[in-house]
Design a protein around this ligand. Structure first.
Ligand code: AP5
Length: 293
């Protein structure tokens, strides 16, 4: 048995759950580009739906405070770019939705950190990432959402990617005033069944308290309660905000204001990513031409 699987089983992070489209409600259903089974369930699983056709392999990281809209944008980017949405929070939440008797002490400990709004220890997060590192080789590329979150995680990811011959295309940093972040978090409601995301005023469901897609009950995430929100925002400032400088120094940072509708923010993100990519392709062509001369 490969070591990754052993580590993951020890952590209780090999999850036997079905991966859903976790898309926000306001996006018209489109063809799924990947079922995320390998990401959500770990090494024991394979994605049955994988991206097809000629694809650019994107390597993206989404940065930004909790509630800024990273998950929402990751879904929109996935639909346009075909890159797989890899959210660490989704993996922990899926593990937490297993019956109590099936949760290992390590996962119970991780969920307790989450409930309080604190970061899960780097060692636990890193074991989970190692076991899923195959997802970084997905045909359409990847969009990391919620990872890395500390300088230690960022350094480990950099080493892993270098050793596996992978490259980041860009790191998108979403910014939003504090009061709007709090309003987005406090108003978020999630479907207990399909995990679709709503907002009580911005994106309410059509049927009060129930999901428009599957009629599942909508709930307030435990870490979206006011006391946890404060802790999460402090953890972000202390541990994650320094990553902005880290990726700026590597020349990878793309800044996007997260105000406006999700579609507007998406267009702004996509335009910047595309022009970056076009510049890079042109640069490579120029270097190749110079080498030939
Ligand atoms: P995680 O699941 O990653 O949560 P997060 O980073 O706190 O981000 P959120 O999911 O809360 O917000 P989001 O930015 O994705 O916003 P969303 O699109 O939903 O992590 C949870 C926990 O897991 C952590 O606290 C930690 O304990 C643990 N963890 C995970 N990864 C870890 C790691 N690497 N290391 C250590 N611990 C880790 O949008 C929010 C709301 O706003 C929604 O209601 C949405 O409908 C609405 N909205 C979105 N966009 C707009 C818009 N443009 N206009 C109006 N409303 C909008």
């Amino acid at each position: 048995m490969p070591c990754g699987r052993l580590c993951s089983e020890a952590l209780g992070l090999v999850i036997q759950v079905t991966a859903h489209g976790w898309g926000p409600t306001y996006i018209q259903p489109m063809s799924t580009t990947s079922d995320r089974a390998a990401w959500i369930q770990g090494n024991s699983a394979r994605c049955e739906v994988t991206p097809e056709g000629a694809l650019v392999q994107w390597g993206l990281i989404l940065l930004g405070a909790p509630g800024v809209g990273k998950g929402t944008q990751a879904e929109l980017l996935n639909r346009r770019l075909r890159a797989c949405h890899l959210s660490t929070g989704d993996v922990f939440r899926a593990a937490g939705s297993r019956p109590d008797c099936e949760q290992s002490p390590a996962i119970k400990e991780a969920l307790a950190y989450m409930r309080r709004g604190e970061l899960v220890p780097d060692s636990t997060v890193w074991k989970m990432i190692r076991e899923r590192s195959g997802c970084l080789h997905c045909r359409g590329g990847f969009i990391l959402d919620g990872f890395p979150r500390t300088l230690g995680q960022a350094e480990s990811l950099k080493e892993l990617m270098e050793s596996e011959g992978l490259k980041l295309t860009a790191v998108v940093n979403y910014t939003l005033p504090f009061n709007e972040i709090v309003a987005r978090l406090a108003g978020r409601r999630t479907c207990e069944k399909c995990k679709s995301v709503y907002h009580v005023t911005e994106r309410p469901s059509k049927i009060g308290g129930k999901c428009d897609h599957c009629e599942g009950k909508l709930f307030l995430r435990e870490d979206d309660r006011p006391e946890s929100i404060t802790v999460r925002l402090e953890a972000y400032e202390r541990s994650t905000a320094p990553l902005i400088e880290f990726y700026k120094k590597l020349g990878l940072l793309v800044e996007v204001a997260a105000q406006g509708s999700p579609d507007e923010i998406f267009e702004s993100t996509f335009t910047q990513l595309e022009s970056r990519r076009v510049r890079e392709v042109a640069h490579k062509a120029l270097v190749a031409q110079e080498d030939r001369q």
